[in-house]
Design a binder for this molecule. Structure first.
Ligand code: ADP
Ligand code: NI
Length: 217
């Protein structure tokens, strides 16, 4: 099958799967990750087709949107088997998505360059102006407050605790996760974009505290 055709069929599939999500995993997240992944892939000489399909499909398997992680991965595998004939390409894309879906718990490092590119693109979407918007959208959806000066950031060590949204605030998520992400970038170009977005988040936080404390003696 023609690559352009497979990509456009995959776009339609992802839109149908993620269209209604309002917690940060909507279609536009996948679309941004796909665009960023293509840009990094060009710079790093990675396979753009593999990066595009893996980026588009990475959240279809997300355990938050499926009965289980295995069920989510099975859904993506079935889709790939129905649209690709090259078993190596199918295995490669599945490997990227599996590694990404386990990375929240401190999983294995990404093996292939294409996987590193897609993981960087996904992490970049949690940074900068878009990343800031997603934290507050996600926090609102989970009932977390914007900020509470009496609540300290937690270590994001235990996955269960990290997923316990009842504790913690949106602002603390910057310290618990977002401001650490630039140190875990895989590719030089990904790291360069992460640096810019990191600086933007720092200036956002500066302004936030300035406004929060306005009028303090
Ligand atoms: P992804 O699957 O895109 O890698 P996550 O599922 O971890 O990322 O998070 C989706 C979005 O929601 C991210 O932008 C992230 O910053 C935000 N988010 C995740 N966990 C929290 C949290 N505990 N509090 C606030 N925002 C969160
Ligand atoms: Ni994602």
């Amino acid at each position: 099958m023609d690559k352009t055709y497979i990509i456009s069929r995959t776009e339609a599939f992802v839109k149908e799967q993620l269209g209604k999500d309002t917690t940060g995993h909507d279609w536009w997240h996948s679309d941004r990750v796909r665009n960023t992944a293509s840009a990094i892939a060009e710079m790093e000489n990675a396979d753009v087709f593999i990066c595009t399909l893996a980026a588009l499909l990475h959240d279809v398997a997300d355990e938050k949107l499926n009965p289980s992680k295995e069920a989510g991965l099975q859904k993506v595998h079935t889709w790939l088997k129905d649209h690709l004939t090259d078993q190596e390409q199918i295995n490669h894309i599945m490997n990227i998505i599996e590694t990404m879906s386990f990375s929240g718990g401190g999983g294995e490092p990404m093996k292939s360059l294409e996987g590193q590119v897609v993981q960087d693109a996904d992490r970049l979407d949690a940074l900068g102006a878009v990343g800031i918007s997603r934290v507050f959208a996600f926090s609102g959806a989970k009932g977390r407050p914007i900020h509470d000066p009496g609540v300290d950031p937690r270590e994001e060590s235990l996955k269960e605790e990290y997923r316990d949204y009842s504790k913690g605030t949106a602002i603390n998520h910057f310290y618990e996760k977002l401001l650490k992400l630039k140190f875990s970038m895989n590719t030089p170009y990904g790291r360069k974009i992460a640096e810019e977005r990191h600086e933007f988040m720092l200036s956002f936080l500066d302004q936030f505290y300035k406004e929060w404390n306005q009028g303090d003696k």
